[in-house]
Design a binder for this molecule. Structure first.
Ligand code: DOR
Ligand code: ZN
Length: 351
């Protein structure tokens, strides 16, 4: 197979952490074939001030100067419309975590009532910022909410947000169900192009059986059923403009993934991000649509233009055996990658 030019690739959902984990992980964005990375703010403490955004951005630039990092704030009651106006040129969006649904989400919001954040959403709308939503309801015995139905049960709230803010760009992050895919298609019938969903690499591979019993594959939202996985693969490989790549690569130290109780949610895919996705497109006979998914669709949705300028090299997809390491580490920390020890069919080169 001839190499395929994927252009300027983008991963619209990455976790780069801080401290020595950040030093280990940040350079792997480029190694995995990603030029532009949209960085999640769920550090401890979360990114909620202008100063934190600036400092984190500076640190990432030093760790990987050829990568473009797009920054975000963490939605919480400390944010004000004035702060949004002040940060409009430093960030591309704001991440909304319902409290209690995943790693470092405890400062997040009550997804049963977004009304107190409406002034923030108005400020975002006027500044053309994106609202990135972790679309799950927190588990509840009374409301019969669990890890399997948490995403479908969130969808009415997503629909209402889109109705109330039709011009606000909203992304349902790392969507995992056929219901979500159908809703994004349905809502896009309004022709506005303001609602989209990201899809991870690992949710194109995994179903419930693959994480029940294997904490390395445990993430939030959890991988669901065969019909869901099929819907995700179809949506990703089809080329529809409202579906694009956000890996949700979420590294945790090996010891935090290898325990029996209290396992951290998160699958680490960054060091081979594009290769994992390419293999799925290949199996579907849809490699011709890969560039839309990992580059064009998301870049268009976010309206990126000046962010592309510094990228003089493109990512090329090469058909060549590519063994996933058992672990990656820097002496102080070790992370197990997705599909560790497997041989992928594709690798990437920067040219
Ligand atoms: O699996 C996940 N891990 N899902 C998230 O939403 C957060 C992430 C993390 O930060 O580890
Ligand atoms: Zn995430």
């Amino acid at each position: 197979m001839e190499p395929i030019n994927l252009g300027i690739t983008a991963d619209f959902h990455v976790h780069l952490r801080d401290g020595s984990m950040c030093e280990l992980i940040t350079p792997t964005v480029r190694q995995g074939g990603v030029a532009i990375a949209y960085v999640m703010p769920n550090l401890v403490p979360p990114i909620t001030t202008k100063k934190q955004v600036e400092e984190y951005h500076r640190k990432l630039d030093i760790l990987s100067s050829k990568t473009t990092f797009l920054m975000s704030l963490y939605l919480c009651k400390e944010l004000t419309p004035e702060l949004i106006d002040e940060c409009k040129d430093l960030i591309h969006g704001i991440k909304c975590y319902p409290a209690g649904v995943t790693t470092n989400s405890k400062y997040g919001v009550d997804p049963n009532d977004f009304s107190s954040f409406y002034p923030i959403f108005e400020a975002m709308e006027r500044n053309n910022l994106v609202l990135n939503i972790h679309g799950e309801k927190p588990g509840s015995d009374n409301d019969d909410i669990n890890v399997i139905n948490a995403e479908p049960r969130f969808l009415p709230a997503l629909k209402k947000l889109h109705q109330d803010f039709p011009n606000l760009k909203i992304i349902l992050e790392h969507c995992t169900t056929a219901e979500s895919i159908n809703l994004i298609r349905e809502l896009n019938k309004d022709g506005k192009g303001t609602i989209a969903a990201t899809i991870t690499a690992h949710h194109l591979y995994l179903i419930i059986d693959n994480w029940a019993g294997n904490p390395i594959n445990f993430c939030k939202p959890v991988a669901k059923f065969q019909n869901d996985r099929k819907a995700l693969i179809e949506a990703a490989t089809n080329g529809e403009p409202w579906f694009f790549f956000g890996s949700d690569s979420a590294p945790h130290p090996i010891h935090a993934k290898q325990q029996h109780v209290g396992v951290c949610a998160g699958v680490y895919t960054q060091n081979n991000a594009i290769s994992y996705v390419a293999e799925i497109f290949d199996k579907q006979g849809k490699l011709e649509n890969l560039k839309k998914f990992v580059s064009e669709n998301g870049i268009k949705f976010y309206g990126l233009t000046k962010e592309l300028e510094k990228h003089k090299q493109a990512v090329w997809l090469i058909k060549r055996d590519n063994k996933v390491p058992a672990v990656i580490g820097n002496g102080s920390i070790e992370v197990v990658p997705f599909k560790a020890n497997d041989t992928l069919k594709y690798t990437i080169e920067w040219r």
